[in-house]
Design a protein around this ligand. Sequence first.
Ligand SMILES: C[S@@+](CC[C@H](N)C(=O)[O-])C[C@H]1O[C@@H](n2cnc3c(N)ncnc32)[C@H](O)[C@@H]1O
Length: 226
Amino acid sequence: MSVREEFDDWATSGRDRGMEERHWHTAKHALARIPVEPGDTVLDLGCGSGYAGRALRDTKDAGRIYGLDGSPEMAHNAAGYTDDEQVSYLVGDFGSLPFGENTIDHVWSMEAFYYAADPRETLAEIARVLRPGGTFYCAVNYYEENVHSHQWQEKISIEMTRWDREQYRDAFRESGLYVAEQDTIPDREITIPAEAEFPTQNWDTREEMVERYREFGTLLTVGVAP
Ligand SMILES: C[S@@+](CC[C@H](N)C(=O)[O-])C[C@H]1O[C@@H](n2cnc3c(N)ncnc32)[C@H](O)[C@@H]1O
């Protein structure tokens, strides 16, 4: 299945909003850290429902928002959730960003970067479009140290890249970005049931669930264009 087929299915069955709800728990903390100045242009890679760009318009007065997604249905849904003319949703692929050199102030991506067919090519594209001093805030829940995420690959036909923290930093540097920060953001909002309720449908033990959400959380790597 292609990115388009897989995620068009997700969008038409309402999973775009389901992801938004779950990802918001940690995404909002990462978004709050992006040094967006009023009027800045922001690109959201793999935007899904497009919530992140809309939040940056509301909270930081971002100027122009582009949400790019490989699924036309995701982009279509996202466009339907706003009438803000400064926000646009485009269909495109991470391998070739439809923007000129030095045109974007900040790039954001939540739970999407590892679907890139060639993540190093995508980083090179991000480095190309970012203005000097611009940032890339890359947030992922699928990464090597998060052992509970490893099984996700079995559930999806698109090949996913599972880097560890160091591989993210190395790849960012190879693309020409400085690494300004790397951190994990715990999800403190997901409900963790009492011990007596385990095993649940998804978790064998409470300890595993606590580790996944409270200890591992979302890996954030921040790159800065020189
Ligand atoms: C798991 S969803 C995350 C959506 C959103 N960022 C969120 O936090 O809810 C991943 C999104 O990335 C998009 N995507 C995956 N691979 C892509 C690619 N190579 N080019 C463009 N979009 C891609 C998918 O269509 C999907 O909407």
